[in-house]
Design a protein around this ligand. Sequence first.
Ligand code: EPZ
Length: 417
Amino acid sequence: MSDWLVRGGAVLRGTVSVQGSKNAALPILAATLLTEEPVTLLNCPRIRDVENMLRILESLGCTVKREGDALTVDSRTASSFVLPTALSGELRSSIFLLGSVLARFGEADAPYPGGCEIGNRPIDLHLAGLRRLNASIEERDGRIRCRGGNLSGAVVDLDYPSVGATENLMLAACRAAGETTIKNAACEPEIVDLEKFLCACGFRVHGAGTPTIVIESVKRGHGATFRIMPDRIVAGTYLLGAAITGGDVTVTGAQPETVDTLLYRLKECGCIVTQRAESLRVQAGGRLKSVGFTATRPYPGFPTDLQPQLFAALSTADGTSVIAENVFENRFRHAQELKKMGAENRIVDRTAIITGVKRLHGAQVVAHDLRGGAALVLAGLKAEGETRILRAERIERGYERMDSVIAQLGGTVTRKE
Ligand code: EPZ
């Protein structure tokens, strides 16, 4: 467990390059089991969630090797279809392995996934979809046992455009007999990256980024070298860092089109946003202006993973802002922590009413989840005095060396193990 000390009164200035995407890397790592040949990934972030996924792949018999920016996963030696309880219980994305392990071995045995406690997070859509592909599934003693020696293509119409269910079904369908069509699929950019990876390995997938994805059967994939997309949520976090501290930050290696809903809000707050092909610059002058209403929605709506960081920024804005969290039931736990720092907000069901204050002050707060923790770092940089963030290891699940990146921008975050 680690605590972070954040020194207040910072004004973030400078240029940083964005890390690889956690939410693209995790399903892609699960997909490496489909190829039965070595795969090399470039730009795979060095974060806790990725390390956990690699440990799980090793427990199934894969060989993992990192050399510089290249991460090689060799699944030729994989032999087990039983996912380890402890490691999988730490990681929501372990659920993706259900689809790829089933496709590879015809069987899978997994515990329920863990991860951030930001809502109930059921997996009913995952299981219903796998059953449509002819898998038989038994849930007993806290484990999910799947048999699917004869997975066959089908039309799966998702009740909700779930990111995880879409990705899991793409993996399971790659080697299923016949053709699979996923309707009402999630359209997140990370799903497009997964499709690109699968096609690089010789699988036939198209339509990612639209609500209809089609997967044609391929018996066997092959090895590939693939560069993982930049992390749009991490890029957005540092840009909001510029906004809240009144600074000037450029993020290189970003894909501006994947964060345009955030850029729109930053302009509404009074920031100057400069967009180049692969970089984004945010210059914040005086006090931020409040933003009327923001609702989180599946892509291309405003991402729920940037809601806490925007919440922190709007806590110092001039005026009242309203945020509706439509994706997860319990994703306002940062609100009470920000109140300990002098923020003013009210939560009514899944809506937050944020009354901006001129000053925040340092305090001892808790990172209840990954993005909520990142929001507290931003608030701590803005606040007067020092902020101590408990359970900060939760932030390391998704941010690579956040303390050094903040130092590069002129701020100070110290880790206390
Ligand atoms: C992915 O989670 C991301 N995680 C999340 O990022 C992100 O917040 C979320 O998508 C939405 O964008 C990864 O990609 C590893 P969902 P996932 O299935 O797949 C309900 C972060 O901070 N649902 O789209 O779990 C569910 O309860 C993380 O990086 C069902 O009801 O998201 C939720 O309310 C946090 N039944 C909603 O759908 C199901 O079977 C969205 O979930 C599946 C989901």
